[in-house]
Design a binder for this molecule. Structure first.
Ligand code: PAF
Length: 283
């Protein structure tokens, strides 16, 4: 695996590969790999000739009071894991490489960035779409890979790709979970043992809600109430939202139908966890 830190260098490398008609895959990450990242690299490996993984803890998607400084980082371990999973190139730029000063241009996906997590994280998705647009321009992938765990992020990126005519396919890989159902996340390491053990309630609520829908209940209010009550039964859980929404416009639905998912954000102590499940898959 090659580690490249400079935009000019990776652009040159990519242009050589494109001349050889190689299909380029990009897995954008903030590093500190867990099984979720590795499964995306595996999926990319199956779909493309050259797998590029970017590792960049993107400052513009963190608000000043958020965890940018303490966000976990371990490039040595990441390099080893990326190599084991067949990554060809790691793009690992410095902040000054991605955001040379002055920097005045941002990409914003209206509407979709204001709901769910966007209600409390007001500049988060602007940071995500800006850095992802930059990565798309730098790496010029044929296919880019994101995780279903960040459902809103995936919907927004698909929208951006359509709206701005990026010639890129977006593939969304499944959420990878711990044994007790907790979705893998770099932020899980912040949880105290007690918070960690209670956090499995999130997946219990998601699966119970899905079962109720499978039994025939299509009433979104009833299903979200049920999920809310289950999570609320964990003493350390502080719910931010429990919402049932459509996966194209992220609007709440009243009647559950194909393409509807249940999305949850909940604090355990200072740690904010998100998760989601499709209640009915798109046909
Ligand atoms: O999902 C993430 O890790 C980040 O939001 C992403 C897509 C790498 C952009 O910084």
């Amino acid at each position: 695996v090659k580690i490249i830190k400079k935009i000019e260098v990776i652009k040159e490398e990519i242009s050589l590969l494109k001349n050889q008609k190689e299909v380029i895959g990009l897995v954008p990450t903030m590093g500190y790999f867990h099984e979720g990242h590795l499964s995306l690299i595996d999926i990319a490996r199956k779909h493309t000739d050259i797998v590029v993984v970017s590792i960049f803890v993107n400052p513009t998607q963190f608000a000043p009071e958020e965890d940018f400084d303490r966000y976990p980082r371990d490039i040595v371990r990441d390099e080893k894991l990326a190599k084991e999973h067949g990554t060809d190139i790691i793009f690992y730029p410095e902040i000054s490489e991605m955001y040379p000063q002055p920097f005045y241009t941002y990409v914003t996906t209206e509407k979709l960035s204001k709901v769910l997590c966007g209600r409390t994280r007001k500049t988060h998705f602007r940071g995500v779409t800006t850095v992802v647009a930059k990565l798309f321009n730098i790496v010029q992938p044929d296919i880019a890979f994101f995780g279903q765990k960040d459902a809103q992020q995936s919907v927004i990126i698909k929208r951006m790709v359509k709206d701005l005519n990026f010639p890129i396919d977006v593939i969304v890989g499944p959420t990878i979970r711990e044994k007790d159902g907790l979705a893998r996340s770099s932020r899980n390491i912040y949880l105290s043992p007690e918070e960690r053990s209670q956090a499995s309630i999130i997946y219990k609520a998601l699966t119970k809600a899905k079962k109720e829908v499978e039994k025939g209940n299509r009433n979104a209010e009833e299903i979200s109430k049920l999920a809310y009550q289950i999570i609320n039964s964990a003493p350390l859980a502080q719910i931010e939202y429990v919402e049932i929404i459509d996966d194209t416009n992220l609007k709440p639905v009243k009647i559950i139908k194909a393409g509807t998912f249940l999305a949850i954000a909940v604090f355990f102590g200072k740690t904010r966890l998100i998760d989601n499940i499709y209640l009915m898959k798109k046909k």
